[in-house]
Design a protein around this ligand. Structure first.
Ligand code: ADP
Ligand code: MG
Length: 724
């Protein structure tokens, strides 16, 4: 690394000509949508009727998969994939690293006479055995049985992934140990979905839907990301290896100008967006909005919501697609939660609702008091769930990288609260006092003991500071980080909702059995819930200094870092909850806790080593050269009998001394790594490595503003953020 690399990067960016993107008629988004997906239309065409019906029963109604259909599906799937140019197939799974893993195999097997035959049996479709012993398992796999197994997830369609070197048939799968314990993100999501659905259906039955359609959770993730030119990216070993800049002084022109937000999208970025959208459309991913985000170089994409399991798979696929297409356009796509210090970070808002094709979203207020009672019951379930299990929600988004974002004044605070909007908050306030009688604003509702309000469909105000907000027809969980899979938070949401819905259904069913008036019973439980759990409702400014103090008075936890949040996973009530709804057993919970700690320590460990290396080999030499030049200058002046001004020399010498000291401290902190216990190692990362890294960075950032530009080795924030 030298300043030459940096200056060359700037010149290369200037000279770069991005590829042109244009669509022919046959490639128009409407034409290509779902083109590479083995979806229901394709299945209906290609599968025997009985097989098709059986598969649909599993996908749509959650019926158990009939093992006899596997061979027929495999054969049709193989023919379809071969027509699409696939040469290989892969079981795709989602290990606990948060990334996507694939095990590729060839369709073709040699048959002895020198030719090869395309083979793909039902057994191959339904089960795989990847050599995946290096994925984190938190003690769930003993060394003698280190294998993990993949299993076909029928509810997420297979697809063909195009690649210049040959296409691959991708089959979404779960990844479990030999004993059936979850080693991935998909398995618990599917389990939690089942639990939530069953209890939501009990509520619907109480409200007169005698045979409700299968209830699922829907998820619409909003993905924020940065784009930087690849020349700069490659000249920044910290971005390359840690996904974020470990050094970098804030540019003179930052986001305070706000001219980027919803401003014009650079031509080159538009080309990238068109290209990604076409690829996403082919894969059946309904990409929708696009606009610039708050920070320079930052953008957002929000696909249309889908069933949570599918949305989670699509979200992972979206990230991989973005990465590879950005490369094609000479850019790097950054999904890190905080690639640039002092610049707005990236989140992944998880919009979610529950529902089915019959009732739509249960979070839409209806036209009749009866429908509204149902709506309020589901909202009350959310209030109770979020209040009771706030710690679990916080833990579901805990990571070393997301810690940089939560609680900084850009993302919601680490305190989990709910924003209901004025109208709905008002209704619940009245419910707390007993039967509601009026509503704020335009509503004109009259409520007696036996009837509930006619609610306005107005979504209420937007409150960007709330981690959990009602937004008209759904709730939006804003704490998840841009890099995280939505499967984690959705699993938690489903499970805590299962618990609340179970609680309410049990209560109402008992009341009905005792002959209590149903409306009365609903009124009573709503009042009870809002009185017990209303403390979690907060419509104010989550960034205000007064909020943490107020939150503490209300008994709401403020779990600032990952290490404060992770122990929530292994509390007795948490483990009981997940076991009761068959989402995780105790061993699985412990394994997730352990893996969380390991990942935390690993992430920070890598960053610390990079900080030491770059600080020593890039920043320090540049600063010393600069200091030497100044010293030589002072010496020369003195020798010539001219009065020498030493302020510049002194100004650079102080942070240079800090840098040297910081590097020494960091080095010894790194030498003290290697605790046997995962918690001790993670604590060491937080208590020793992070502060040491911060002081190295501070000294370096001060130096960056002092050292001659032609000596500075690393591309600057100004260059990375404003040149696209
Ligand atoms: P905003 O920025 O105002 O929050 P966006 O349009 O950027 O809105 O994103 C909204 C996201 O919410 C989209 O992904 C959308 O599909 C999703 N969404 C809308 N309705 C629902 C719903 N009923 N359930 C789940 N997600 C939804
Ligand atoms: Mg949003």
């Amino acid at each position: 690394m030298s300043n030459k690399v940096r200056l060359q990067a700037v010149r290369d960016v200037e000279a770069y000509v991005p590829p042109e993107v244009s669509f022919t008629d046959t490639e128009a988004p409407g034409q290509v949508f779902g083109e590479n997906v083995f979806n229901q239309v394709v299945m209906q065409k290609r599968l025997p009727k009985s097989v098709y019906k059986s598969v649909i029963a599993t996908i749509e109604h959650g019926a158990k998969l009939d093992p006899l259909v596997a061979d027929a599906v495999a054969s049709a799937m193989k023919d379809w994939a071969l027509e699409k140019g696939a040469t290989h197939y892969a079981h795709v799974f989602y290990p606990l690293t948060g990334l996507t893993a694939e095990k590729h195999d060839s369709f073709f097997e040699p048959v002895g006479d020198g030719t090869a035959l395309a083979e793909f049996a039902g057994k191959t479709l339904t089960q795989g055995e990847p050599d995946a012993s290096s994925f984190p398992n938190g003690g769930l796999r003993n060394t003698f049985e280190a294998r993990g197994y993949t299993g076909w997830d029928v509810t997420s369609p297979a697809y063909v992934l195009e690649n210049p070197n040959g296409n691959t048939l991708c089959i979404p799968t779960v990844f479990v140990s030999m004993t059936g314990e979850a080693l991935d993100h998909k398995t618990p999501l599917l389990r939690s979905q089942q639990a939530m659905g069953a209890h939501a259906e009990r509520i619907l039955r109480l409200f007169g839907h005698t045979d409700p359609e299968h209830v699922v959770s829907y998820c619409g993730p909003e993905q924020e990301y940065f784009l930087v030119d690849r020349h700069f990216f490659l000249a920044r070993p910290d971005l390359l290896n840690a996904g974020r800049t470990l050094f970098g002084s804030k540019p003179p022109k930052g986001q305070e100008f706000d001219d980027h937000y919803f401003g014009a999208i650079p031509e080159r970025v538009l080309g990238f967006m068109m290209d990604t959208e076409r690829e996403l459309f082919k894969l059946g991913i309904p990409a929708k909005t696009r606009h610039n985000e708050v920070a320079p170089g930052q953008f957002e994409i929000a696909p249309m919501f889908e069933k949570a399991n599918l949305a989670a798979d699509h979200q992972q696929l979206l990230m991989t697609t973005f990465k590879s297409i950005a490369k094609k356009h000479g850019m790097e796509c950054l999904f890190h939660e905080k690639p640039f210090q002092g610049v707005n970070g990236s989140g992944k808002h998880v919009n979610f609702s529950l529902g089915n094709s019959e009732v739509g979203s249960v979070f839409v207020p209806g036209d009749t008091p009866h429908e509204n009672a149902q709506f309020l019951v589901f909202c009350a379930a959310v209030i109770r769930a979020v209040h009771t299990y706030a710690g679990l929600l916080r833990a579901s988004v805990a990571s070393a990288t997301n810690d940089h974002r939560l609680g900084a004044n850009e993302a919601p605070p680490a305190i989990i609260s709910i924003f209901l909007g004025d109208q709905l908050a008002d209704v619940f306030e009245q419910i707390a006092k007993g039967p509601a009688t009026s509503s704020k604003g335009k509503g004109k509702m009259v409520i007696g003991v036996d009837t509930l309000p006619v609610l306005p469909t107005d979504p209420g105000d937007r409150n960007r500071t709330s981690p959990f907000a009602f937004t008209g027809n759904r709730f939006e969980f804003r704490a998840p980080g841009s890099m995280q899979t939505v499967a984690g938070p959705m699993t938690t949401i489903n499970t805590i909702m299962a618990d609340s819905l179970d609680y309410i259904a049990t209560n109402l069913e008992a009341a009905v059995a005792e002959g209590t008036d149903f409306d009365q019973a609903v009124q009573t439980i709503l009042t009870e819930i809002i009185n017990e759990h209303g403390a979690v409702v907060f419509n104010g400014d989550g960034y205000a200094d007064a909020w943490p103090i107020e939150a503490e008075k209300r008994g709401l936890a403020n779990l600032k870092t990952t290490l404060d949040a992770l122990p929530e996973l292994i509390t007795e009530p948490a483990m009981e909850l997940f076991e009761k709804y068959h989402v995780f057993n105790h061993r699985e919970m412990h394994s997730r806790y352990e893996i969380g700690l390991e990942q935390y320590a690993l992430t920070i460990g890598v960053e610390a080593r990079l900080t030491l290396e770059l600080g020593t080999t890039a920043v320090l030499p540049a600063a010393i050269r600069h200091q030497t030049e100044l010293a030589v200058n002072v010496g020369a002046l003195k020798a010539a009998g001219v009065e020498a001004d030493t302020t510049l020399l002194e100004a650079v010498s102080a942070p240079l001394a800090d840098l040297r000291a910081g590097l020494v401290t960091l080095k010894s902190a790194l030498e003290a790594e290697g605790h046997d216990d995962a918690l001790a190692e993670a604590e060491h990362a937080r208590e020793a490595l992070l502060p040491a890294m911060a002081s190295v960075r501070q000294a370096s950032d001060t130096l960056e503003d002092l050292v001659a530009d032609d000596l500075w080795p690393l591309p600057t924030y100004q260059e990375m953020l404003f040149i696209l």
